[in-house]
Design a protein around this ligand. Structure first.
Ligand SMILES: *[C@@H]1O[C@H](CO)[C@@H](O)[C@H](O)[C@H]1NC(C)=O
Ligand SMILES: *[C@@H]1O[C@H](CO)[C@@H](O)[C@H](O)[C@H]1NC(C)=O
Ligand SMILES: *[C@@H]1O[C@H](CO)[C@@H](O)[C@H](O)[C@H]1NC(C)=O
Ligand SMILES: *[C@@H]1O[C@H](CO)[C@@H](O)[C@H](O)[C@H]1NC(C)=O
Ligand SMILES: *[C@@H]1O[C@H](CO)[C@@H](O)[C@H](O)[C@H]1NC(C)=O
Ligand SMILES: *[C@@H]1O[C@H](CO)[C@@H](O)[C@H](O)[C@H]1NC(C)=O
Length: 456
């Protein structure tokens, strides 16, 4: 995508956010810079990124999901589901049930059968818009062309309160020149300028202090080179299997099931890669329970790059990759946030990217769909005066809250319970931000599920 196109997107987005009147709902604007490794921010002087970091909330880094590639992690960012649960497990993947292949290079494959494999999947823009009551979403993101939960966001005509923009850099430059190159340094300055433009637009529309801006990424980047290449063809007959994925991680389907052990042993003999039969894949990777994960997976060690065939490679333009284990520090993405919901000059603890979905739902005041995130991991970064609450709403809320709480005789616990389980506690998320901060950790424990039903 060209820079002009980003500006066009930004313009479109502003038309919707600021076009007529601002939305009176809590607003979230999610930006993802593909391949923005967390420590680019420490190694480069990025004035605009730093101003958000300094004035808002940031984490040292965020932990992404395995495999650490673009489509899977972008779908995780907006759904809060692990890759094995949402089904976008690679940029290129095969589904034996559909008997079809998905390919990021083929937009005609961006269909519901791929993105909606799990019927529980609901991207944040659909969750927001579904809540109605004047909530509208717009997004330029993977999967945003598709309808979920009856919500179509392709034709927004009203002021939105949720927006998402995807930038395809610095990933591209990271692949071409590597994470330590002067080219990536220049690209990062250019992106910092783009962010500056966006911040200026927010300010000139009097939105900067109203919008909750979240800046993050899908994965980091590490160096690869001629010295760390692995041609699988040198070790195993590639007619025995089909491989789907990228240089750091493949899902392997063995063509004839009687060859599974043979193929496994051949891969196992190769240095600097790990091979796991499907049932051996560590649970901690959350990358196992899906038909799109084949008979086994291959994961190369950091900095190693697997090619299926011995093809000629232009190493002047092949210097970086990602897709490695999500516990490798070079794979971690950035997390910065600024706006009325976020604490100022605050460093949050490290968290997982599945936690962003419940965080955004909480800020927007909407009921999350099923997800793998934990609001508790991120709640500390929020202040609790998010919406422009009017006194009457607060009053109604307090009444709603107190009546059942007094009945069970434990007001404090009741309030706290609702935060802990707030994926279910919509009433609280809509109006109750300032009551919550009184909770002690001790009070959160030991409250049983029965109380949640009182407000359900
Ligand atoms: C970073 O850049 C800003 C503006 O471009 C400049 O004022 C500042 O001195 C630079 N800081 C460092 C440490 O280079
Ligand atoms: C950050 O805060 C400082 C001091 O309050 C202010 O001068 C600066 O403009 C702020 N930057 C942003 C991006 O809000
Ligand atoms: C899968 O699709 C291919 C064509 O794309 C076809 O040749 C093959 O027979 C199909 N396999 C099954 C099991 O339906
Ligand atoms: C969603 O938008 C697309 C493209 O504009 C359109 O084809 C489709 O019919 C819409 N669906 C609904 C439910 O509005
Ligand atoms: C990262 O995770 C992999 C897979 O679970 C494991 O084998 C490896 O030891 C871990 N590395 C670190 C540094 O924890
Ligand atoms: C992730 O969430 C989905 C949907 O609720 C659920 O089916 C799955 O078991 C969860 N995964 C884990 C590891 O808890």
């Amino acid at each position: 995508m060209t820079r002009a196109f980003y500006f066009f997107l930004t313009f479109v987005l502003f038309y919707h956010i600021a076009g007529h009147t601002h939305s009176d709902k809590p607003m979230v604007l999610l930006l993802s810079f593909d391949g923005f490794r967390w420590d680019y921010l420490l190694k480069h002087n990025l004035t605009n990124f730093n101003s958000i970091k300094k004035n808002g909330t940031h984490a040292e880094y965020m932990i992404n999901s395995f495999s650490t590639v673009t489509f899977p992690n972008h779908w995780t960012l907006v759904t809060g589901l692990y890759e094995e649960s949402h089904g976008i497990i690679q940029n290129i993947m095969y589904d034996p049930v559909l008997n079809k292949t998905f390919n990021l290079g083929m937009p005609e494959t961006y269909t519901k059968e791929w993105f909606g494999q799990n019927k529980l999947t609901e991207p944040i823009w659909a969750t927001n818009q579904k809540a109605g009551n004047g909530r509208y979403s717009a997004a330029e993101w993977l999967g945003s062309n598709l309808e979920f939960s009856g919500q179509n966001i392709t034709t927004a005509k009203n002021p939105i309160n949720f927006g998402a923009i995807y930038f395809d850099e610095p990933d591209h430059y990271g692949h071409l020149y590597g994470p330590d190159s002067k080219e990536i340094a220049e690209k990062l300055q250019e992106l910092d300028g783009d962010l500056g433009y966006l911040l200026d637009q927010l300010k000139s529309h009097h939105l900067f202090d109203k919008v909750n801006l979240i800046i993050t990424s899908d994965h980091g980047m590490d160096s690869i080179s001629e010295k760390t290449v692995i041609f699988l063809e040198d070790y195993i007959d590639d007619n025995l299997y089909d491989a789907y994925g990228s240089r750091a991680c493949y899902s392997i389907f063995v063509k004839d099931a009687t060859n599974i052990e043979l193929v496994y042993q051949k891969f196992k003999a190769i240095k600097n890669i790990d091979v796991y039969k499907k049932d051996e894949i560590p649970e901690s990777l959350r990358y196992k329970y899906n038909v799109r994960i084949g008979d086994m997976i291959l994961v190369s060690h950091l900095g190693y790059a697997m090619y299926l065939k011995k093809i000629p490679i232009d190493w002047t333009l092949t210097n970086g990759d990602h897709g490695y284990y999500n516990n490798e520090t070079s794979m971690f993405p950035i997390f910065l946030a600024h706006g009325p919901a976020f604490k100022k000059s605050y460093k949050s603890r490290v968290f997982n990217n599945v936690d962003l979905y419940p965080l955004m739902c909480f800020i927007l005041g909407v009921q999350p769909a099923y997800n793998n995130g934990t609001l508790e991991n991120v709640i500390d970064m929020l202040v609790f005066k998010v919406a422009n609450q009017n006194i009457q709403q607060n009053f109604i809320f307090v009444l709603l809250l107190l009546i059942p709480a007094v009945l069970v005789g434990m007001t404090g616990m009741f309030v706290c319970f609702t935060i802990k389980n707030s994926p279910k506690g919509t009433v609280m998320t809509e109006y109750g931000y300032d009551t919550i901060s009184n909770c002690e950790d001790g009070e959160i424990e030991g409250v049983n599920n029965d109380q949640s039903r009182l407000i359900a």
